[in-house]
Design a protein around this ligand. Structure first.
Ligand code: FDA
Length: 429
């Protein structure tokens, strides 16, 4: 029997709760207590906690402490920290895994280890080397980050008729270079134009600035005047309120962060890429055409800027290797509601064609991908004896050269491959 470990259950391919082989689920959802040490600026977080619960609990204790991790409050700490954890403060405070300073893990022999007893190699591997492969993580100890009492957010949208192509083009030249307190994330969707009813692309610049609006406006004026950001587009709020804003829950009370109910009734496929050279205007126009092939409001791209502190960490600091040289990460997503294999096939074929079409615009050798946006299309292990060769197909994309070190650690701590799934790190033989 295989062991499937589930914390928040948000794995894109459902690897925490489905398998073609006989399996049992180790469900961590009730192991979710959080203790905050405001003096030491640290927290112990059990893996069944959600990001929303973590943010809420920190905010109960302090207005100026926070944590750097993803946007969706129902995502689980267990899978998210194990695979990286990019969020709206990542240009300033890196990703969740970079801020893990201790952990508790059950290994394949059933021993409970902490950082001291597991040793630095295994501790390195579980901070971004992906869930499942090395054992069951029970809890992570993290460094909290300091945020100002007031931060500024905005979400400004422009369609093609409002110059979106030129704006997206210019964005690529500033997004990874601006002040690291500023993270301008870009969401692109094919929608119907409010003016003429035709299909168009809507580019939404969704932004967090770790500071006040009067400090933000001069930066935007200097670096990105084309967006014509106005003071009235910006809203000042606390960091915890900004987590609601980015989750699309702005008018809800903070308690909504404790809900574990994810969006239901939606079928979804996601993929990822890294961009190292700006895409030309002509390239962007070809991308818009591809987006417009899909049903309105169903297909979306997220461009998440890198740079800032992510540039200062080496590729081998943690297994997450996406550091200097990346301008932004692309997240491709397509969602649909109708059941049925023909409908699913149509959308999945579309996103696969899109991914093939994007090859000239994105990173090469390897074509890098983000582990937390799990995608079995980029390769999977053999059913029984996972070979190094087979796993290298997807392994170098997620981890670059860190893949080899992950294999060595796996060899040391779980040579019989007790913990495995379709994209787990294989031992050498
Ligand atoms: P889940 O429980 O499904 O686990 C994911 C993987 O980790 C599985 O292989 C599982 O077996 C393993 N695992 C889980 N718990 C473990 C444990 N305790 N010990 C060992 N292995 C364990 N990412 C991001 O970086 N930024 C973002 O903003 C978002 N936003 C987002 C929104 C939505 C709606 C979804 C569905 C996903 C995201 N993600 C994301 C991706 C997310 O980070 C990724 O899916 C995480 O793996 C989810 O962690 P869960 O614990 O919820 O998943």
């Amino acid at each position: 029997m295989q062991i499937r470990i589930r914390s928040g259950g948000h794995d894109y391919e459902g690897l925490s709760y489905i398998s073609e082989n006989p399996f049992v689920i180790v469900d961590m959802r009730n192991i979710r207590s959080i203790s905050i040490d405001t003096e030491g600026k640290t927290a112990w977080v059990q893996v069944g906690a959600t990001l929303g619960q973590l943010y809420y609990t920190i905010a109960l204790k302090s207005k100026t402490l926070a944590f750097t991790a993803g946007v969706c409050p129902t995502v689980g700490v267990g899978g998210h920290f194990s695979g990286g954890g990019y969020g709206m403060m990542s240009r300033k405070h890196a990703i969740a895994a970079d801020n893990v300073i201790d952990a508790k893990l059950i290994n394949a022999n059933g021993q409970v280890l902490d950082r001291d007893s597991m040793g630095e190699d295994l501790f390195w591997a579980i901070r971004g080397g992906g869930g499942t492969s090395f054992g069951i993580v029970l809890a992570f100890k993290v460094k909290l980050v300091i945020v100002p009492e007031t931060v500024t957010v905005f979400n400004v949208s422009r369609t093609l008729e409002q110059n979106a192509t030129q704006l997206v083009h210019k964005w690529q030249y500033i997004a990874d270079r601006v002040d690291e307190n500023l993270l301008l994330r870009l969401f692109l969707r094919s929608v119907r134009s409010p003016t003429n009813g035709n299909r168009t692309i809507r580019a939404s610049f969704t932004t967090l600035f770790l500071g006040r609006v009067h400090d933000l406006l001069p930066i935007m004026q200097e670096k990105f005047p084309e967006l014509a950001l106005k003071e009235q587009d910006c809203i000042e709020m606390s960091w915890i309120e900004s987590t609601l804003f980015f989750a699309g829950l702005r008018n809800e009370s903070l308690h909504v962060l404790l809900s574990r109910t994810p969006q239901t009734g939606i079928y979804f496929k996601g993929k990822s890429d890294y961009v190292r050279q700006p895409i030309s205007i002509q390239g962007l126009r070809r991308i818009w055409r591809f987006l417009n092939e899909e049903d309105e409001n169903r297909a979306g791209l997220q461009f998440s800027p890198y740079g800032g502190v992510l540039n200062t960490l080496s590729e081998s600091e943690t297994p997450f290797p996406h550091r200097s040289g990346n301008i932004f990460m692309i997240h491709y997503g397509i969602s649909w509601t109708k059941d049925g294999s023909t409908e699913s096939e149509r959308h999945i074929n579309w996103i696969r064609r899109f991914y093939t079409f994007m090859a000239p615009y994105v990173s090469k050798y390897p074509r890098a991908a983000y582990y937390n946006y799990r995608d079995l299309d980029i390769g999977r292990n053999n059913e029984e004896n996972t070979s190094y060769k087979q796993a290298s197909v997807w392994g170098f994309k997620y981890f670059k050269n860190n893949f080899n070190r992950l294999v060595r650690v796996k060899n040391q701590v779980d040579p019989s491959n007790f913990f495995r799934n379709e994209q787990s790190i294989p031992p050498l033989s």
